[in-house]
Write a protein that binds this ligand. Structure first.
Ligand SMILES: *[C@@H]1O[C@H](CO)[C@@H](O)[C@H](O)[C@H]1NC(C)=O
Ligand SMILES: *[C@@H]1O[C@H](CO)[C@@H](O)[C@H](O)[C@H]1NC(C)=O
Ligand SMILES: *[C@@H]1O[C@H](CO)[C@@H](O)[C@H](O)[C@H]1NC(C)=O
Ligand SMILES: *[C@@H]1O[C@H](CO)[C@@H](O)[C@H](O)[C@H]1NC(C)=O
Ligand SMILES: *[C@@H]1O[C@H](CO)[C@@H](O)[C@H](O)[C@H]1NC(C)=O
Ligand SMILES: *[C@@H]1O[C@H](CO)[C@@H](O)[C@H](O)[C@H]1NC(C)=O
Ligand SMILES: *[C@@H]1O[C@H](CO)[C@@H](O)[C@H](O)[C@H]1NC(C)=O
Ligand SMILES: *[C@@H]1O[C@H](CO)[C@@H](O)[C@H](O)[C@H]1NC(C)=O
Ligand SMILES: *[C@@H]1O[C@H](CO)[C@@H](O)[C@H](O)[C@H]1NC(C)=O
Ligand SMILES: *[C@@H]1O[C@H](CO)[C@@H](O)[C@H](O)[C@H]1NC(C)=O
Length: 532
């Protein structure tokens, strides 16, 4: 633009005045690379051929059209007055001035600045230590140290800059220099350092720039091993095994198979593989019939960040349930008893529950039954025990391999002193009662006796029922008299009421008097009332 504008003015001057113009009217800037042929223009605004042109650099004449150049001269003045440099070399840069004499005795001056520049060339980078993927991308492991090196050459100078462009951050100038090489180092590489690293070599003279980019991936694995878990499948004939290994980059490959877990065995240690896939978790469904006690299932994880040929794994050995506990439990009536069953063998963990009776009825927790899990122990507490609670209980333990049960027999006892007293009272009552009955029977049946009917007749339609009634401990009293016959369907029922227990250590018995007698149904048909 400047040249054109100046040229237009110049042309105007030449035409209009043809005046002497001896100022440096034009200035041209040229950049040439070494080896180039450079042509520095002098009078380039008109079409007159200059008569004489002389080129001067730093006050010294470089060439002149007056002195014909010998053949092979590197620097010559061409017919149009330009200075031709046959093969530019470093050192040719500088400001050149020319003076041209045009026809009509006009003199023209011009100035040309020549800059010699080359490059950047041979720009190269190296990053390491790193592993190259087939597409040229480099891989380093998290925690390692990585060196970045960049070099290039250019004349007269260059600027080297390392730039970074990552997923979460970018930096156009990590480091920069005017040197031929530029190095930097990252200690303890973290995933955030993953991205594209570019070394840019820029020649400020020519404005030329060269980029060399390298994609760097940071691989990593978690410190922990994979996690082997299990879950019941929707189909009860199957069990789901779930292997999880998160926190690895890139995505690992997981394999389920049989085998043990001694260290990090080489890949071939995975015996029969059940499943294999890329992903952070791998779920495996196995038919229960395919599982056996003692079988070891193993999940192995493979990843490029693990040492070549190694893998990390988790495993577990399947075990059938084995509930353990006391098979015989004795408890005192009216107290509480806790049955304990411990299941700490089963793998996968068993579903361990308490069942009641031979029918294995479910036990519904409530005020009577309290279920409590204490680590591997399943505790069943039975409150306010009565004779009805006596019997068999099962601790049922089930896992996908098997069902095993622990049988616990609960015996309910009344206290022996108590029982002795009751029995004593009962026997006494029985003797007295029998005496009375016999007496009364003799009395009522005296006519029959006279008629010769035996006692056998009488015994048939008379049942002696002893109902031992006492408010709080009614149940115990009944239970303590096990051989009583059922209530007879007919007549001659005898009711025995015990109002007072002649036992000083039983306070409840003291209040027995105050509780009304409820078993009135047994008093009819009229029978003999025996009161002690
Ligand atoms: C041209 O001008 C120079 C001085 O500027 C003078 O010496 C010379 O004689 C002139 N030549 C002609 C042909 O007029
Ligand atoms: C660039 O590299 C080429 C080949 O490796 C070499 O011949 C040339 O001299 C190098 N150029 C510079 C400026 O170093
Ligand atoms: C090179 O390959 C890796 C892994 O396959 C991929 O993540 C990366 O994007 C590739 N790089 C380029 C430049 O294609
Ligand atoms: C770019 O990197 C340089 C050198 O590490 C640092 O001083 C500068 O803060 C960084 N800039 C950004 C935007 O991260
Ligand atoms: C350029 O790098 C070299 C070696 O890498 C070093 O010796 C020299 O001091 C550096 N020059 C400048 C100006 O930094
Ligand atoms: C060179 O790198 C710079 C950033 O450093 C970028 O802006 C530019 O686009 C790159 N040029 C090429 C040709 O890749
Ligand atoms: C496996 O476990 C992981 C983590 O616990 C969970 O996110 C995933 O849903 C599980 N997969 C299956 C199929 O259960
Ligand atoms: C599990 O195995 C049994 C016997 O081997 C077979 O009958 C059943 O179909 C299998 N179930 C599934 C879901 O594969
Ligand atoms: C455990 O078994 C009982 C029945 O015995 C069942 O109701 C319950 O859902 C099972 N629990 C689990 C976690 O399978
Ligand atoms: C104990 O059980 C008996 C029946 O077996 C019941 O009548 C009594 O109310 C219960 N006592 C308590 C405190 O639950």
């Amino acid at each position: 633009m400047k040249i054109v504008a100046t040229a237009a003015i110049l042309h105007f001057c030449l035409c209009a005045t043809a005046a002497v113009s001896d100022s440096d009217s034009t200035e041209t800037a040229l950049v040439a690379a070494p080896g180039d042929v450079a042509a520095l223009p002098c009078y380039a605004v008109g079409n007159e051929t200059p008569i004489l042109t002389t080129w001067v650099k730093n006050g010294q004449e470089v060439a002149s059209s007056q002195t014909p150049a010998p053949a092979g001269q590197r620097v010559t003045v061409t017919n149009d007055g330009s200075l031709r440099i046959g093969r530019v070399a470093p050192g040719d840069e500088g400001t050149y001035r020319c003076s041209s004499t045009l026809p009509g005795n006009y003199t023209f001056h011009a100035r040309v600045s020549l800059r010699v520049s080359t490059g950047p060339e041979n720009v190269s980078t190296s990053v390491g230590p790193a592993t190259a993927l087939s597409n040229g991308t480099l891989v380093v492991l998290r925690g390692s140290s990585v060196s970045f090196h960049c070099s290039g050459s250019s004349y007269p100078s260059q600027r080297l800059t390392w730039a970074f462009s990552g997923a979460s951050s970018s930096n156009d100038s990590l480091t920069s220099t005017a040197n031929t090489t530029l190095d930097f180092r990252i200690e303890d590489v973290q995933p955030g350092a993953q991205g594209v690293y570019s070394c840019r070599a820029h020649n400020p003279v020519s404005g030329q720039a060269v980029n060399r980019s390298t994609q760097l991936l940071v691989y990593y694995v978690p410190d922990r091993r994979p996690d082997c878990a299990w879950a019941p499948a929707r189909d009860p004939s199957q069990v789901r095994f779930n292997c999880t290994w998160s926190g690895a980059y890139p995505t690992p490959t997981l394999l389920w198979g049989d085998g043990d877990d001694q260290g990090d065995p080489p890949a071939h240690r995975v015996g029969s593989g059940y499943a294999s896939d890329r992903g952070e978790s791998l779920s495996l469904m196995l038919n229960r019939s395919a599982l056996s006690d003692g079988q070891t299932l193993r999940c192995a994880a493979r990843h490029p960040a693990l040492a070549a040929g190694t893998e990390t794994s988790c495993s577990f050995t399947l075990k059938s349930p084995y509930p353990e506990g006391e098979p015989l439990v004795t408890a005192l009536a009216a107290t509480s008893v806790t049955l304990t069953c411990t299941e700490d063998v089963s793998l996968p963990p068993a579903n361990t529950t308490w069942k009641r009776g031979l029918q294995q009825e479910d036990i519904v927790p409530g005020s009577k039954y309290v279920l409590f899990n204490d680590g591997p122990a399943r505790r069943l507490t039975i409150h306010n025990i009565s004779k009805e609670d006596e019997g068999v209980y099962f601790c049922r333990s089930e896992n996908p391999l098997a069902v095993r049960e622990l049988e616990v027999y609960l015996t309910v006892k009344t206290s022996s002193a108590y029982t002795g007293v009751i029995l004593g009272v009962f026997i006494a009552a029985l003797i007295v009662g029998s005496a009375v009955i016999v007496a009364k029977t003799l009395h009522f049946n005296r006519h029959r006796m006279c008629l010769g009917n035996g006692f056998g007749q009488m015994e048939e339609d008379s049942g002696d029922v002893l109902s031992l009634v006492e408010s709080d401990d009614e149940q115990i009293f009944r239970d303590a008299v096990p051989q009583l016959p059922p209530i007879a369907n007919g007549h001659q029922t005898t009711l025995v009421q015990i109002h007072r227990i002649p036992s000083s250590d039983h306070e409840d018995a003291e209040t027995a008097d105050t509780s009304p007698q409820e078993d009135t149904a047994q008093t009819e048909p009229p029978g003999d009332l025996l009161t002690l």
